[in-house]
Design a protein around this ligand. Structure first.
Ligand SMILES: NC(=O)c1ccc[n+]([C@@H]2O[C@H](COP(=O)([O-])OP(=O)(O)OC[C@H]3O[C@@H](n4cnc5c(N)ncnc54)[C@H](O)[C@@H]3O)[C@@H](O)[C@H]2O)c1
Length: 318
């Protein structure tokens, strides 16, 4: 594949028009791109178009998209056949069910038909790109772009290349995502579930154990996350949060809390204590992002950001 930038209005082929395919249509079409929407069950396409319009209406009502919804909808074209969807495509995003055999077969067919210059991505939630694309034609243009659900609200996308993915394909996908107002996050190693679902999984695993052990109820876990840690995590990540909350920043936090968290992990059979080396790596990143003498000012900013969220929630819940 040669290094080429996408055309002024790139054509995106979305293969699979369920929850994620339809949400991607909203993202790409509202960014001015031409979208082809294909599904193995053609009868699903009218409902997908209705869903896309409803989501665009909501986004417009909240001032979260520019442009007229009717105009944006003209850029989403249903395709009855796979060939028609892929004809002249600049990028393919596969959104079929999470089934390795199904995806491998579908991706091989896509790679045979799609233009050689076209990048090919899967939205898979868990499957490493090496296992999805090792057999396809032109696999150097293939990778995983894993969105949150729905991508028109959760604007981060995990970019997961296989060892055989070319730097050019990665660069093109990053540029495409940025153009679609998405934030690409580089995943540097292939691990099942990538980063997003590993973090979600850690929380859900512990939540299930606490319910199983009768410590609390599912409803109260939802309240603790929603009204407790989730409020802060909406404006800081877990590392920044720990950094801001502890005297001495993240190193002070790890020193005081590390042994307790290590015991909780060991109780669940996970023996990954936060070693001095691990803490030093994270602390170096934190100090590069925020010198310790600016910590109080940032914490005050964080609190005001939380107040903004609390005010919005008050309006929502009233
Ligand atoms: N739903 C989520 O929260 C979420 C988030 C991120 C990523 N994903 C991933 O996105 C992918 C799609 O998930 P979803 O939730 O949209 O599933 P879904 O069941 O809502 O949609 C899948 C669609 O694919 C169609 N399909 C089945 N076989 C096909 C084929 N051979 N060719 C074309 N279309 C085919 C189905 O008819 C269906 O409309 C999965 O890999 C999933 O893991 C899902």
């Amino acid at each position: 594949m040669t290094t080429t930038n996408f055309s002024p209005a790139p054509t995106i082929a979305l293969i699979g028009a369920g929850t994620i395919g339809t949400a991607w249509a909203v993202v790409f079409a509202s960014a001015g791109m031409m979208v082809r929407l294909y599904d193995a069950e053609a009868a699903r396409l009218p409902a997908a178009l209705d869903m896309a319009r409803a989501r665009l209406d909501d986004l417009a009502a909240y001032g979260l998209i520019d442009g007229d919804v009717d105009d944006i909808m003209t850029r989403i074209t249903p395709a009855a056949e796979l060939d028609a969807a892929l004809d002249g495509a600049d990028h393919v995003q596969e959104n079929a069910p999470e089934d390795l055999a199904l995806k491998r077969d579908l991706l091989a067919r896509i790679a045979e038909i799609a233009p050689a210059t076209c990048t090919i991505a899967s939205s898979t939630s868990f499957i490493e790109p090496s296992r999805l694309f090792d057999h396809v034609e032109g696999r150097e243009r293939c990778l995983v772009l894993h969105p949150g659900n729905p991508p028109f609200l959760i604007r981060v996308v995990e970019v997961v290349p296989a060892p055989f993915t070319s730097p050019d394909a990665i660069a093109r996908c990053n540029a495409l995502l940025e153009r679609a107002a998405m934030a690409p996050i580089a995943v540097n190693k292939e691990v099942e579930g990538f980063v997003f679902n590993r973090l979600q999984g850690a929380l859900l695993r512990e939540a299930y154990c606490l319910v199983r052990d009768g410590v609390t109820t599912a409803g109260d876990i939802d309240r603790i996350v929603r009204d407790g840690m989730g409020i802060r995590l909406a404006v800081t990540g877990p590392f920044e949060n720990a950094d801001l909350n502890a005297q001495g920043g993240i190193e002070g936090h790890a020193k005081r809390m590390g042994p307790s968290y290590a015991r909780l992990g060991a109780e669940r059979g996970q023996n990954d204590p936060w070693t001095d080396e691990m803490v030093a790596t994270v602390a170096a990143e934190r100090r590069a992002a925020l010198p310790l003498d600016q910590k109080d000012a940032r914490a005050a900013w964080r609190d005001r950001a939380v107040m903004t969220i609390l005010r919005a929630r008050k309006e929502l819940l009233n």
